[in-house]
Design a protein around this ligand. Structure first.
Ligand code: AMP
Length: 544
């Protein structure tokens, strides 16, 4: 017997209609590049988003085509989040922190036909403009009312002019299949090129609903939400869609991510929830410690931390010194990203403060609709909190393949699970603890650095015979690259030489902060570098 429920398609344009009907009064606030605040209502947002949708159709964008964004967190980016999928096109957020070569590769590989770029990011776009296959570049600038708009470079279009010329009444939501692509994001791996993850309307809607669940993130109409996590990092962890679904106020920091600007915005806009990587929160902790009575953050209900492991001391310091509640979550580009969240459930009501902190410092339990398991040597490992294995996940917002890529097929098991590359233990209550990464990427301030890319380049240096790059602890960025180098016999090499040799090929923050000279790098039986041994050797290495 079949169920007799409607086959209602879960698609993003329905969020616009809902938000307009119920939450038109709600505010969306942005800190502009000049630090002034832009504010408008959800009602105005919906109208402008419809204008954007009409303008994109007029530019020739058709369903399934990709529109890239190279932008900070702000209201126009939010308009793109909805306006692009509303016509059946695919939102492709570009990571503005990447090296120009990677950025050009990703924009072209993703097939971006139009790119929306922040005026303040034009110098970055100029570096790759002649390599871009996109036909149209649209410049977004956030200029306070009454001030003259900026000069748009020749051959580019002005976002505000496009919107002004578009008639919102010509907007008709595309008739969409819920499994159609809505957005895409590239992830970097140890080997080969970055890989595209393609989110569907259905996966994005289900993920947004999950974020609203009270034992997960619990975004609701009363929430004032500030995503510090960039909108180019897994769709700002999916929260902009959830905020529109439930009517939360959204507060965007623009390019101002320093602790003082963020704390000011938290206080000013009575922010109740925020999210970002540990590096951001460590900066905020230092700032609050140095200015203990400066801000009234009594509205803040929770600070979500993910993307890298949250140090337990940081969680405890926020709680004890500032009464701020940090919630630790785990996810990946391939998992939309929400996979696990660490709340202390009633089963632990009798636990001591110490035990509660230990649980909160773990990555947490699987969220509803996501299943997890850990595997080692072809067998699933028991949930005993000790055995470790590679974490595998499946669920409606977990990738089933990479975009147009032969690479990465090994990340998917024959029985339909995604292999995360994270090595974990799972305790009897289901709390996941990330022990290590199966691969050796370095995560500096929440952003990936490929050790293999650096090694390959280093080994092109005439004085370097072998090089392995590993993460070492850094006080601010959590991890930074250390290059372990075997020089060519009779030659020597210095850190400055290494950095200037790499500099033309990498973003500056990719360059190793330190080198160590050694006689030989330990190898596995198949001739690969044994990085685990190196990590052990340099585990007490500390960089400031
Ligand atoms: P990305 O796809 O860039 O978001 O990176 C995903 C990876 O970040 C995961 O596979 C983990 O290795 C790491 N990661 C994410 N969240 C956490 C966390 N809470 N603790 C430790 N590592 C994390």
């Amino acid at each position: 017997m079949q169920g007799l429920m409607m086959d209602y398609q879960l698609t993003l344009p329905t969020l616009l209609e809902r938000a307009e009907a119920l939450y038109s009064y709600r505010e969306i606030v942005t800190r502009r590049p000049d630090k002034s605040l832009h504010r408008y209502t959800v009602g105005e947002f919906v109208q402008r988003t419809r204008r954007l949708a009409v303008a994109l159709v007029d530019l020739g964008v058709r369903p399934g085509q990709r529109v890239g964004t190279l932008a900070w967190n702000h209201y126009q980016h939010l308009e793109a989040y909805l306006g692009i999928p509303a016509i059946g096109a695919v939102l492709h957020t570009l990571n503005l922190r990447l090296h120009a070569d990677d950025l050009a590769y990703i924009a072209n590989h993703g097939g971006d036909r139009v790119i929306l770029v922040d005026e303040v990011l034009l110098p970055l776009l100029e570096q790759i403009r002649d390599r871009l296959e996109a036909e149209t570049i649209v410049v977004m600038s956030q200029v306070p009312e009454g001030e003259s708009p900026p000069e748009i470079p020749s051959g580019m279009l002005d976002y505000e002019e496009l919107l002004a010329a578009a008639d919102p009444d010509r907007y008709t939501p595309a008739d969409l299949d819920e499994n159609a692509a809505a957005a895409m994001c590239y992830t970097s791996g140890t080997t080969g090129k970055p890989k595209g993850v393609v989110y569907s309307h259905r996966s994005t809607m289900l993920h947004a609903m999950a974020i609203g669940m009270s034992d997960l993130v619990g975004v609701r109409e009363r929430t004032s939400y500030l995503p510090v996590v960039p909108m180019f990092h897994v769709n700002a962890w999916g929260t902009p869609f959830c905020c529109l679904m439930v009517g939360a106020k959204q507060v965007f920091p623009g390019p101002h991510l320093d602790a003082a600007s963020l704390c000011d915005l938290f206080e000013r806009e009575r922010v109740t929830m925020t999210a970002g990587v540990p590096t951001i929160w460590m900066g905020i902790l230092d700032h609050l410690d140095a200015n203990p009575d400066k801000y009234d953050l009594s509205c803040m209900e929770m600070m979500l931390v993910g993307g890298a492991a949250a140090p337990p001391k940081m969680i405890a310091d926020f709680e004890q010194r500032h009464g701020l509640h940090v919630v630790h979550a785990w996810g990946m580009t391939e998992t939309s990203p929400l996979g696990t969240v660490s709340h202390v459930g009633p089963a632990n009501d009798g636990a001591s403060e110490q035990e509660r902190l230990a649980l909160r410092a773990k990555q947490g339990r699987m969220v509803p609709l996501v299943e997890i398991r850990a595997r080692a040597d072809d067998a699933l490992v028991p949930w005993d909190g000790k055995s470790i294995g590679e974490l595998e996940v499946r669920g409606p917002w977990v990738a089933s393949a990479y975009y147009d890529s032969e690479q990465g097929t090994e990340a998917f098991t024959d029985d339909g699970w995604f292999r995360t590359g994270d090595v974990v233990s799972i305790d009897p209550q289901g709390y996941v603890c990330i022990v290590d990464r199966a691969k050796d990427l370095i995560k500096s301030g929440g952003e990936w650095i490929s050790s293999i890319a650096l090694e390959n380049a280093l080994m092109g240096h005439p004085a370097i015979a072998e090089a392995a790059v590993i993460p070492v602890h850094h006080a601010k960025w959590i991890e930074r690259p250390l290059a372990v180098i075997v020089p060519v016999e009779g030659k020597s090499v210095t850190l400055d030489e290494v950095r200037s040799f790499l500099q033309p090929h990498f973003a500056s923050w990719w360059l190793p902060d330190a080198i160590e000279i050694t006689d030989a790098i330990p190898r596995t039986s198949t001739g690969k570098f044994k990085k685990a041994v190196l990590r052990e050797t340099y585990k007490n290495y500390r960089l400031e």
